[in-house]
Design a binder for this molecule. Sequence first.
Ligand SMILES: C[S@@+](CC[C@H](N)C(=O)[O-])C[C@H]1O[C@@H](n2cnc3c(N)ncnc32)[C@H](O)[C@@H]1O
Length: 410
Amino acid sequence: MSDKVRDQYEAYPYPPRDPADEARRLIVGSPSSLLEINHYLFAGRRNFAQPFRALVAGGGTGDATIMLAQQLADAGGAGEVVYLDLSATSRGIAEARAEVRGLTNIRFVSGSLLELEKLGLGSFDYIDCCGVLHHLAEPEAGLAMLTDALAEDGGMGLMVYGSYGRSGVYLLQAVLRALIGERPLAEKVSFTRRLLTNLPPTNLFARNPVLRDHTGSDAELVDLLLHSQDRAYTVEEIAALLRGAGLNLISFIEPLRYEPATYLKDPVLLRQLGGVTPEDRAALAEKLAGNMKTHVFYVSKKPAADTLAWPDGPAAIPCLRVLDGAKLAKAVQRDLVLKGEFDGLPLKFPLPRLASAVLPWIDGRTSLGEIQSALQNLDPRQDWDHFKAQFDQLYQVLGGLNHLLIRYPV
Ligand SMILES: C[S@@+](CC[C@H](N)C(=O)[O-])C[C@H]1O[C@@H](n2cnc3c(N)ncnc32)[C@H](O)[C@@H]1O
């Protein structure tokens, strides 16, 4: 473990968070919401009221820890979250956030994920490791350590930097090293702010519209441009990293981002995609889009066929992760088009005819069978086959955008 990395996160805990904000909002995101964990890693069939052990490796100021612990507490209280980080300052902020929420299902541990075995924390059903592996001298060793701590039927949610979306970052880091050399971090920060206002407009970093994280705070600036150790990954490099660890890629988030047909509309070009493997499709999408500054993905020791939930029958319960079904139905009812944006790239997704009738029923409790019979009561033509064909089209879009997830009764 590098002392420089530890010193950086002691001085600039990341991301910057004020514990008092817990009184007014819960930060939710990907990976690690319980709905996602269930959908991508447990075929939608995990009962979170039963014991469930999660590790947040490199927990930082606590975003994933707090979200997971709150959702597990809401689900019935049997789950435990272990927070692990080598920065005491970050841990203090995460602990204060947990206290504001009154969460008692978190165990805070100080240490390195590279020493997991020695720490004797046991095995985990789920591991979150976001924005950490790419800061290790040997990410492969870190991932191997996490894989050893993962239960055989468990899974992980990971995030690493994306190479093409970070275009300009490593050139600017090199400029900074050459210009300002070694000096205290606080001085480096003010030099960096000077440099940022002096960049020629042709500079690759200045021209990269997706990199704006540094504008918010010094901690974000340090993380982006002054890190003593970071690297980025392409889709192919992620695939190689996972193969080396004996892990299977379950899904990138959002799945449609990693689908070249999201970006190509010309039918002649689209035909060329026939027979291209999912991994190659994802690699192609990354190169086409050019705007993926991070890669978020779920992995498992099991193949995706065993872990990914699918809306394959009337018992499936569709759940909207953050959207409200009734509001969404209203927003799309006129032209049946869902407008979205992937990091500065506006996109339009056509929805099926039945979308605005189905969406208000999606409340995370009502099954597909129940929705279908309610709709058939209003219109006898909505038999299961007709309904399911329409739902599948809706699912292709909303599932592909990671908005619509599936669970089964447990
Ligand atoms: C960029 S922050 C990400 C924090 C958090 N995962 C998130 O996404 O909000 C990286 C965190 O990883 C921690 N870290 C770096 N190397 C580590 C190691 N070997 N073991 C445990 N934590 C580590 C740092 O202290 C820092 O808090």
